[in-house]
Write a new protein. Structure first.
Length: 429
């Protein structure tokens, strides 16, 4: 149950970036030598990646734990094509990142692996990775293009030039990771740029990656070297606190040690267009090639904005909480976001249903939604649909309601941010 709040204030260090954590664990597993990863995400999705890697013979030891910064891990790399035949089916839990990107690596290992997940993951489409990876020589068996996936990898994957119709960092990453093991040059040309964490991660482990606009290329046969790396705070997790500060009069939140990768900072520009005061402190370039720094968000009067299709890839994970912001004032129209329908839930339908139950004026569209700030929310009972971002977005919307809101399935927040609700209570004034 989330009660209304008058304002929020405080300092937050968000958990280790979920997207980066997945990638560093996978690359450390196929590197030569040992790696130390500091600040690894405590979320359940990233734990699923570790569980799958251990099932493939990778030794991973926890060497430290900080509630504010995450886990410190030592990963004993097994080298390119060095993973072992798993003794059982690998369980990716709720993590689409795990199953899609790990499929790219396993497509280049000459043995059979079965990957599955929870009920939500088994409903998510995987044809967008199956198609290019089969072109590279792997064979897949699936449940009508959905998990469980059985992958028959190949010892000699072929390089390809791939041009997906829908931009997706996970699909791009799966192809590039398979291309690392292929002969020749593999390329991915996307219709719109997506987050570049995989490219930066590969470079951090000593791999040369070509990048020009929407085109990414990799030459197969390169080796990775073990590294000691630090994961910055997750800006997608921090977005909930940014929105809370932007939504409630008199609020101010300082977010420290957060990742400021340019492919992820579109949320800052969107908040400024909404009317919020947003200051991003001078960033430092870490050893990952991932910039990080401090963000301060303060309340200002909100106004109505539109997010166009070409902007959607840059804020795809933040759209639910931006819809929550629009219920506090201003308004929001989003188009070109049909990708939301194949996330952990149908985020367009589930978001519209939940906010409507709280009293919002929201119109669901085939590829997006429109929120009008015509009235204050009254609160109510909502369902998170096993979706961590919906659970947290509903909580932020609830802060501006006239009465309490009960979020059923709120435990889903642990997928990416186990400490979310305790941090929320600490920021209330």
């Amino acid at each position: 149950m989330v009660a209304p709040a008058s304002r929020v204030q405080g300092r937050v260090r968000p958990p280790g970036d979920k997207s980066i954590s997945h990638r560093y664990a996978m690359l450390a597993a196929i590197a030569d030598g040992s790696s130390v990863l500091r600040g690894y995400s405590t979320g359940a999705d990233c734990a699923s990646t570790l569980r799958c890697l251990r099932g493939l013979g990778v030794e991973i030891h926890e060497i430290g734990r900080d509630p504010a910064r995450g886990l410190d891990l030592r990963v004993a790399g097994r080298g390119v094509r060095g993973l072992s035949v798993p003794a059982a089916t690998l369980d990716a839990g709720n993590s689409g990142s795990t199953i899609r990107m790990l499929s790219g690596i396993l497509a280049a290992h000459p043995f059979q692996t079965t990957l599955t997940g929870d009920d939500s993951l088994r409903r998510r489409p995987m044809r967008r990775i199956i198609e290019p990876l089969e072109r590279m020589g792997a064979r897949f068996t699936s449940a009508d293009g959905r998990p469980p996936l059985t992958i028959e990898g190949t010892a000699r994957p072929s390089s390809i030039a791939f041009a997906p119709e829908i931009p997706s960092a996970q699909v791009k990453s799966a192809v590039i990771l398979a291309g690392l093991h292929a002969e020749g040059t593999t390329s991915v040309r996307e219709p719109l740029p997506t987050r570049d964490h995989t490219e930066r991660a590969l470079q951090a482990f000593g791999v040369t990656v070509g990048s020009a606009g929407n085109l990414v290329t990799i030459e197969g046969g390169q080796r990775l070297s073990g590294r000691e790396l630090t994961v910055p705070g997750d800006i997608s997790s921090a977005a909930f606190w940014m929105v809370a500060a932007a939504a409630l009069p008199g609020s101010e939140i300082v977010i420290e040690e957060v990742g400021l990768n340019p492919s992820r900072t579109s949320i800052l520009d969107v908040l400024r267009r909404f009317g919020a005061r947003v200051d991003a402190g001078a960033s430092t370039e870490g050893d990952l090639g991932e910039p990080m720094g401090t963000i301060v968000v303060r309340y200002e009067v909100l106004r109505d904005i539109t997010i166009a299709p070409d902007e959607v890839p840059g804020v795809i994970d933040e759209l639910p909480v931006l819809a929550a912001l629009a219920t506090h004032g201003g308004g929001l129209t989003v188009t070109g976001a049909q990708e939301l329908r194949v996330k952990e839930s149908d985020r367009i339908s589930a978001l519209a249903d939940g906010l409507r139950r709280m009293g919002a004026d929201i119109e669901e569209q085939a590829d997006g939604f429109r929120v009008r700030a015509t009235r204050r929310l009254h609160g109510g009972d909502v369902e998170a649909h096993e979706d961590h971002r919906l659970a947290m977005a509903f909580a932020i919307a609830a802060l501006g309601a006239s009465g309490p809101t009960t979020i059923h399935g709120a435990a889903a927040a642990a997928v990416s941010y186990p400490e979310f609700f305790s941090v929320l209570e600490s920021l209330r004034v």
